[in-house]
Design a protein around this ligand. Sequence first.
Ligand SMILES: Cc1cc2nc3c(=O)[nH]c(=O)nc-3n(C[C@H](O)[C@H](O)[C@H](O)COP(=O)(O)O)c2cc1C
Length: 145
Amino acid sequence: MHTIRLIYSSDAREDLRYRDFMAIMDTAAVTNEERAITGMLCYGGGRFLQALEGERLSVNALYNHIVKDPRHTNCQLLSVEEITARDFAEWSMKVVDWNDAVTAARQTVLLKHSGSRLFNPAQMSGQQAAAFLRDLAEMERQLSD
Ligand SMILES: Cc1cc2nc3c(=O)[nH]c(=O)nc-3n(C[C@H](O)[C@H](O)[C@H](O)COP(=O)(O)O)c2cc1C
């Protein structure tokens, strides 16, 4: 068994409503739980950045499924790596709405890991995307403490 982390970016279909999307993700979280998949998804300005962690076969199967989902396009694989520990072990899928209250702290995290103040994950390297999501997760943990 090999555990991997896969990170990709994509563009939301234009008429996708955040509320509808959250409904999909509620279901997805249950499925992920069953498959021992954990991760984080950041959504902002019509763009997605998602990390999927889990057993290699399960992550590949899920990613191949997600890529075909008509609710988004332009899936771009940013990184796939074998990992010894998960970054998002406590969440079957943590969703962060970037549009919602972009705080100064979040902006700093974005700028730390990208060349722009705009959330545009397709422009990030795999390493930048991984570090950005890790820092974002840390902020979410502090918020829920
Ligand atoms: C950006 C995005 C991220 C998604 N992430 C997940 C996920 O983490 N887990 C999951 O089961 N489905 C996820 N989905 C939904 C799947 O593409 C798919 O709709 C879901 O697995 C149900 O599959 P089914 O319609 O074949 O039953 C995501 C969809 C989108 C657009």
